[in-house]
Write a protein that binds this ligand. Sequence first.
Ligand SMILES: *Cc1c(COP(=O)(O)O)cnc(C)c1O
Length: 387
Amino acid sequence: MDISQIINELGEDREHYFNAVAPPIVQTSNFAFKKVADLSMAFEDEMNGYLYSRGLNPTVDILRRKLAALDGAEDCLVFNNGAAAIFAGIFANVKSGDHLVSVKAPYTWAQRMFDVILPRFGITTTYIDGTRIENWEEATRANTTFYYLESPNSWDFAIQPIKEVAVLAKSKGITTLIDNSYCTPLYQKPIEMGIDMAMQTATKYIGGHSDTLGGVLCGSHAMMKKIFDSEYLNIGSGIQPFNAWLLIRGLRTLPARIERITRSTEEVAKFMQQHPKVDTVLFPLAETFPQYELARQQMKGACGLFTFTLKTDKREPIVQFCESLQHIMMAVSWGGHESLVIPKCAGIKPRDFDPVNNTHKYIRMYVGLEEPQYLIADLEQALSGLD
Ligand SMILES: *Cc1c(COP(=O)(O)O)cnc(C)c1O
């Protein structure tokens, strides 16, 4: 289906709500029934009708249909945030005694789940350098039931050979989930590459305005039903109607924003690459990127985030640089209208800062919707203030 049709029409039933262009926010907790038989049917299969908004809700359903189509998936569940989507996608598919293989340094709260929550149930995780298919094969054990991918990683942009990992997983009956937040389905479609579940945080690009959270999990209808009937309903981490409405609104302009951010990122990253005080710039579609060829093959584009290091071995200049920006804000998250930086060393105790470990010097920048020259001028003044 055409992306414009998905975004503007799919799932919308305008004649049922006064031909309003924007859909209604069906802000209700419950739905009334006239017949006991109908109520019984809803109890039997809550994914088949409206009973209670912890399950299905009409506003959320419009969003679900659009997001499933964007990912080329049969079905989709929308959660209150991305971390909840990751949690449900994994938790529904593992049991005591299982072993998981995950890319190293995945998103913080995925890693927290592997390190803190799953071990309580006797479930262990092996972290690997996921860039080579051999590493997946070697880490796989008789009790491995789950592969966790994040491609590209949101800090160093390490990518996995997605199709090969999917083929390997299928041959061993292993379930796969990928965090596709960086690319969104506009730039990468993991379901079409054979991955079972594509997750993305809707807090970032889909919301697009830094004013709401959301998480997307796409996959087969059978997989989504399995998760809906257990984790989705039981943990109650489904998205609320108003937040779903904000995400529908965000979707309307997603391609236009991604296009603009793609162009601006190129310009800003190019400026940083040539600056004498900048050491390295990491960006998956830069020719200097170690996995440039694979990135070109499996991603239609890249934008927004890039990571750089300054020519310094100390923590102080990194701090000084970040604190002297006047327009670019320092904050977590990304995907909104506003440009951001975040230094890796903020999460490392000053005495543990290791100049030999290049990752400690990472500064990640997100390029938002401002004029690129406005951002470049701010970066220039912060860089030139360093001695
Ligand atoms: C933000 C983020 C998440 C989690 O999404 P929330 O909506 O914040 O819970 C997951 N993965 C990546 C790569 C992210 O950047």
